[in-house]
Design a protein around this ligand. Structure first.
Ligand code: ADP
Length: 541
């Protein structure tokens, strides 16, 4: 017997329609170089429809790729819906990729048009001659930057195009059609393309809206500090529109002061960003009214326990850790504390918040031996590869022969993350497979060492890498950034760690550096750090 319910397609036009019809007076605020711009969802919807008509006028193919090279802004949000709701495919370009990677992804995705913020033209313009399929460049004037001479493509002004267009009707009925794509930054080789469908985005959005995930609602004012050009701003741009929440777009200024100002003056309830953002903002919070905040979702790399606890001490609210990847849309697990565990001690709860929580509704997760696919013991100790599956998890990469390496024969995504799982189902990221320090056949978690190091009150940042060792294969090297004015010796650092981690985990050496190199999205770049310390000789005991 079959169910007898309507097969209504799950497409993004539904979210668009809701915002247009039900929440037309709610606002999307954008911080720009010249002040804050405010747009209602009513205005946003009208402009989004006009923008879709612009894509027709420019002659963009029915499923043509529409590139964006932009900060988090209301215009970017117009593109987020105009492209997919008119059948095109939004392609968010990571503005911080290496130039040759930008060229690769634009050509691989076959972008026909790129919408770029004026302040970013300096980065993009020199690459335009390397783009093979690009026909149009549309400049979005964000009040900053030069207008370099550009040849080889037609250059347009966003406001001129949108201002003269007639609003289009939306009609997308194929829920499996591609809605958007995003390339993973890729630590080795070229970036890999993830293609989201309307259906996967719809379901991921509903997932993000659930209270046990990020719980975005109409009553929220959401500040996605996490970029719209990377992993869909963790679904918050779609969820904001779907729910009719107020959105606060930070634009190009992601300095701690600018973010703290926005939180305070716009009465932000949900502010999401990577740990490095919240490390910076922490020092800006003294004397500010942050009482509007109800959640600080944070992920993309491990959230140090000390950071979460510092927020709990300062504003009475710890950080909400989440885990995900470009391939998982991205939200796949969130670190809420189960009601049955709420009576644990403060120290135990802090420890639980250093996990990535349990898989979100809609996501299956398993921790297995990567060779045999046997599950590891759910004892919080044994580790294996974290693998996930679900309706918003990629099943393959776009036109990429490397795809098979990342998926199991039984259809799970191999995340490349080493994790453990406890009896309650809480997952803990031990490390990325390639970052784990392999000492004498045993694994040392660089993440856990970093966590402990960053718990030292004089340490601003710390990263741990494996360095070749004649006897053990690899041994940990701790790279420590001290807070301004702090003084600490190698011996003091090691003494601090002693007793907090197993003796054989203690780093063989500690070096003090000015800053930890960061990746395109603000994560610690272990690759760059390893390159910096290539050939480093550890002291012999
Ligand atoms: P990349 O960092 O490779 O550019 P992604 O943004 O897709 O691409 O990163 C996904 C990876 O980020 C995960 O596989 C994991 O290693 C890391 N990550 C994400 N969230 C967390 C978290 N809460 N704790 C530890 N690592 C995380």
């Amino acid at each position: 017997m079959k169910g007898l319910m309507q097969q209504h397609p799950l497409t993004l036009t539904h979210f668009f329609d809701r915002a247009e019809r039900l929440f037309s007076s709610k606002e999307v605020v954008t911080a720009t170089a010249t002040g804050r711009e405010r747009e209602t969802y009513g205005e946003w919807a009208d402009r989004t429809r006009r923008l879709a008509a612009v894509l027709d006028t420019l002659g963009i193919s029915a499923d043509g790729r529409v590139g964006t090279f932009a900060w988090n802004t209301a215009r970017h949000l117009e593109l987020y819906f105009a492209a997919p709701c008119s059948g095109r495919v939004l392609h968010t370009l990571n503005i911080r990729l290496f130039p040759e990677q930008v060229t690769y992804v634009v050509n691989h995705a076959e972008d026909e048009v790129i919408f770029a913020d004026r302040s970013l033209l300096g980065l993009l313009a020199p690459l335009i001659p390397t783009f093979t399929t690009l026909r149009h460049l549309v400049v979005m004037d964000d009040g900053k930057g030069d207008r370099p001479a550009i040849e080889g493509v037609e250059v347009h002004d966003y406001e001129e195009l949108v201002g003269t267009a007639t609003p289009a009707d939306f009609d997308v009925t194929d829920e499996d059609a591609a809605a958007s794509m995003c390339y993973t930054s890729g630590t080795t080789g070229n970036p890999k393309g993830v293609v989201y469908s309307h259906r996967s985005t719809y379901l991921h959005t509903l997932g993000v809206l659930t209270v046990d995930s990020l719980g975005a609602s109409e009553r929220d004012t959401i500040l996605p500090v996490v970029p719209m050009f990377h992993a869909n701003a963790w679904g918050l741009a779609h969820a904001g529109v779907a729910a009719g929440a107020s959105l606060v777009m930070p634009g190009p200024d992601l300095s701690p002061k600018a973010i703290a100002d926005l939180i305070e003056s716009e009465k932000v309830t949900v502010a999401a960003g990577v740990p490095t953002i919240w490390m910076g903002v922490l020092g800006e919070l003294d004397g500010r009214d942050t009482s509007s905040l109800r959640a600080i979702p944070c992920g993309g790399s491990a959230v140090p326990k000390a950071l979460s606890e510092a927020y709990r001490a300062k504003i009475g609210m710890p950080i909400l850790q989440a885990w995900g990847m470009t391939e998982t849309s991205p939200v796949a697990s969130v670190g809420h504390i189960k009601s049955t565990l709420a009576d644990r001690s403060d120290a135990e709860l802090a420890d639980l918040r250093a996990s990535i929580g349990v898989p979100s509704i809609g996501v299956d997760a398993r921790v297995v031996d990567p060779e045999t696919l046997e599950p590891v013991a759910a004892d919080g100790e044994a580790s294996g590869e974290l693998q996930v599956r679900g309706p918003w998890i990629a099943r393959e990469y776009y036109d990429d022969e490397r795809s098979p390496q990342s998926f199991t024969a039984d259809g799970w995504l191999k995340t490349g993350d080493v994790a453990s799982v406890d009896g309650e189902g809480y997952l803990r990221i031990v490390d990325r497979t390639k970052d784990v320090v392999k000492s004498g056949g045993e694994w040392i978690s660089s993440v856990e060492l970093e966590n402990e190091l960053m718990g030292h009150e004089q340490v601003a940042e710390a990263a741990v890498i494996g360095v070749p060792h004649p006897k053990w294969g690899e041994r940990p090297l701790a790279c420590v950034v001290l807070k301004p004015g702090a003084e600490l010796t190698k011996e003091e650092v090691l003494a601090f760690l002693d007793g907090k981690v197993a003796k054989w985990w203690l780093p063989d050496d500690v070096v003090f550096i000015d800053q930890v190199p960061k990746t395109s999205v603000g994560k610690f770049s272990k690759k760059d750090l390893r390159a910096k310390f290539e050939g480093y000789e550890l002291p012999t005991a």
